[in-house]
Design a protein around this ligand. Structure first.
Ligand code: FES
Ligand code: FES
Length: 207
């Protein structure tokens, strides 16, 4: 039976409700102004239909050749997949980390067209119905988020690390998160959560 403290809804509220907190860089503001407009029903000049495989489901997104995977996830998918965060938009913070063929990747640096034929996993794809993944549940238990903007990226990097090796050591986990930055300084809680998640996965956690 799932614990309400660990429900998918509670986690996404924590990680996704941060938009109201106002910690959004200039590029994010610019992006929201240009990207969140309602999609036109007809294909505009230069647009193309790109078939992506996201969290195990095929999805056709209409976008420009220059559209990043991050932009496609957040603004061109139906429904929008906004769990993956836009912060720096330049590959330096890791907030936009997704798994592409099980490898962590900054989705702000990857074009949507280049994700064709690959399996993309986002934070929305980790939970099993209302049951959080071991990493997500450990983040809740260890209070491993403050503003939450970095959280999906850390969760994806740690998930990739522990799925390959649930027995990863703390230095190995830290190395796997080398591309992720937490401006709130939640690192001790994040790494406590990661170590606990590894222990849970070694005992047969679902992921
Ligand atoms: S938003 Fe992609 S690395 Fe910061
Ligand atoms: S919890 Fe705020 S940036 Fe990490």
């Amino acid at each position: 039976m799932s614990d309400s403290r660990h429900s998918r809804r509670a986690f996404l509220k924590g990680a996704g409700g941060v938009a109201a907190g106002g910690i959004v860089g200039p590029s994010a503001l610019a992006s929201s102004a240009t990207e969140s407009t309602t999609r036109a029903p007809k294909r505009l000049a230069g647009e193309l239909d790109v078939e992506l495989s996201i969290n195990g489901a095929k999805q056709k997104v209409r976008c420009q050749p220059r559209t990043t995977l991050l932009n496609a996830l957040r603004n061109h998918c139906d429904p929008p997949l906004t769990g993956t965060k836009l912060v720096c938009d330049h590959g330096s913070c890791g907030a936009c980390t997704v798994l592409v063929d099980d490898e962590p990747a900054c989705s702000c640096l990857l074009l949507a067209v280049d994700a064709r034929g690959k399996e993309v996993r986002t934070v929305e794809g980790l939970a099993n119905e209302d049951e959080l993944s071991p990493v997500q549940a450990a983040f809740v238990e260890h209070d491993a988020l403050m503003c939450g903007f970095c959280t999906p990226g850390f969760v994806m990097s740690i998930t990739a690390c522990l799925e390959k090796n649930p027995g990863a050591s703390l230095p190995e986990i830290k190395s796997a998160c080398a591309g992720n930055t937490c401006r709130c300084g939640t690192y001790p809680h994040i790494f406590d959560a990661a170590v606990a998640a590894g222990g849970r996965m070694r005992k047969g956690g679902s992921k």
